[in-house]
Design a protein around this ligand. Structure first.
Ligand SMILES: Cc1cc2nc3c(=O)[nH]c(=O)nc-3n(C[C@H](O)[C@H](O)[C@H](O)COP(=O)(O)OP(=O)(O)OC[C@H]3O[C@@H](n4cnc5c(N)ncnc54)[C@H](O)[C@@H]3O)c2cc1C
Length: 417
């Protein structure tokens, strides 16, 4: 069914009781051309572009939970491409180009809101680094500029620009196309369209292991039996580490808890996404009126998806420094996800040393923004067997070869990335 004003009106007249089921349950086949483990944004986008761009529909996307129930629907919905290193910038900027028309392509309102992203600098040195980044972004075809304190005040009057704060603001990097995209709509938009085009999406069915014979991946072993495939992509974020390790490929990453928060809803007060760089805290306002906030990782290895009070206090202290009026609001909910963070803080994407086995993980708490670009490029890889230029830097062998992509320059400390 096409979503439109007309279909909405028709269903309203029928009390909304007759919307068709989006993903109809089906029995699993014993063989597919391609099996994708993980129905997060990345796995679903890959499936959609396999069908849309390459006409390949004999694809199974299989998930131990529900569509988008991993980090995709736990993130803070922020999209931007303000990266200095060419590898990180290229993929995220390609994604920004795709976000703009994706709602129409998927016939699903993803609520992409390019409301502008401000990265706040707290010293002249930091501002100088931001200038470098802004110049690199412009050379790469993105728009970016540096805002003075006066220009920031004009854009965001409620931001505290006092020089008496602990970390006064000296300027900002501004990307106008940066903003937010509704995260669960992304998962469901890709899922619905992929399913309509014949791709099989199976929820609540975990992949326990990958069968490898003579150096070739041949099947996935699931709770509902063995399913053979010509090619297998593991796009299971934190779950990828165990599956790959069991197949003989230990991944250089750690699983770390990351939290997010929303306040009670209020009338529109903030029409940009703002990031505070003295420590890390960022904030935007959702269409429901809630202030959506995030901060740094919890700093320790855990896949418990439970937050610590220390990080809640730390993040909220910083957002209140930015926007003092927030101290009058109640925190309504907080939740967390398991960020899969490699040693250089960047993703692991591409082929593995096992034939027909591909991997996409290690996106930590920064991979949502790249979703359509990753799906597009992975579909090319799975369809043609050729590694697209944009994915080459993210290969697993970069750790052995010393070609790290350390955007923040922090070094091999995943919890600090
Ligand atoms: C709190 C938080 C805030 C974030 N904020 C942002 C942000 O503002 N902007 C941004 O760009 N990024 C953000 N991120 C990161 C972003 O959410 C992820 O990088 C991105 O969603 C990864 O998508 P994915 O499809 O690879 O993984 P996921 O969405 O995690 O999907 C992986 C799927 O694999 C499934 N799975 C795991 N193991 C198995 C198995 N054995 N068998 C079958 N299925 C399995 C899981 O159930 C899951 O559904 C944030 C992350 C967190 C946790």
């Amino acid at each position: 069914m096409r979503y439109s004003i007309l279909s909405l009106a028709q269903q309203a007249l029928r009390n909304h009781q007759h919307w068709p089921q989006i993903i109809a349950p089906k029995n699993l086949k014993s063989h597919y051309s391609i099996v994708i483990v993980g129905a997060g944004g990345h796995g679903l986008a890959t499936a959609y572009y396999l069908s849309q761009n390459h006409g390949i529909n004999d694809v199974l996307v299989i998930d131990s939970g529900w569509i988008g129930g991993g980090n995709t629907a736990r993130n803070t919905t922020m999209v931007r491409s303000d990266y200095l290193l060419p590898a990180s910038f290229a993929l995220k900027n390609f994604a920004l180009e795709l976000w703009g028309s994706l709602s129409q392509a998927l016939n699903f309102n993803l609520m992409y809101s390019p409301r502008g992203y401000l990265d706040l600098a707290h010293s002249d040195g930091e501002l100088e680094h931001f200038m470098l980044r802004a110049n690199a972004m412009c050379l790469g075809g993105a728009s970016a500029s540096i805002l003075t304190r006066r220009q920031i005040a004009e854009k965001i009057p409620s931001l505290n620009l006092s020089k008496q704060t602990r970390f006064p603001i000296s300027g900002a990097l501004f990307q106008p196309e940066g903003g937010v995209v509704r995260h669960d709509a992304v998962a469901w938009g890709f899922a619905r369209q992929a399913s309509d085009q014949g791709i099989h999406i199976q929820q609540n069915c975990a992949v326990d292991s990958i069968q490898v014979n003579n150096g070739q991946a041949t099947a996935v072993i699931t709770g509902q039996g063995k399913i053979s495939a010509d090619r297998i992509l593991v796009a299971a974020s934190a779950g990828s580490a165990r599956l790959l390790a069991d197949a003989g490929i230990p991944l250089p990453l750690e699983l770390i808890n990351v939290q997010a928060f929303v306040s009670e809803p209020v009338k529109p007060v903030l029409d940009h996404v703002v990031n505070y760089n003295a420590g890390l805290s960022y904030i935007s306002q959702s269409d429901k009126g809630e202030l959506v906030m995030g901060g740094a990782t919890d700093g320790y290895i855990s896949s418990a998806r439970r937050g610590s009070f220390a990080r809640i206090e730390d993040t909220l202290k910083r957002v209140v420094q930015m926007f003092p009026f927030l101290s009058n609001l109640r925190l309504m909910r907080h939740w967390s996800g398991t960020a899969d963070i490699p040693m250089d803080g960047n993703a692991i994407v591409g082929a593995t040393e096992i034939d027909n086995l591909f991997v996409n993980c290690g996106w930590g708490y920064a991979g949502f923004k790249a979703t359509p670009a990753v799906g597009w490029k992975l579909a090319e890889l799975l369809a043609d067997g050729q590694l697209p230029e944009m994915l080459k830097p993210f290969a697993l062998n970069r750790f052995a070869e010393g070609r790290l992509i350390d955007d923040s320059g922090i070094g091999p400390y995943p919890w600090l990335h």
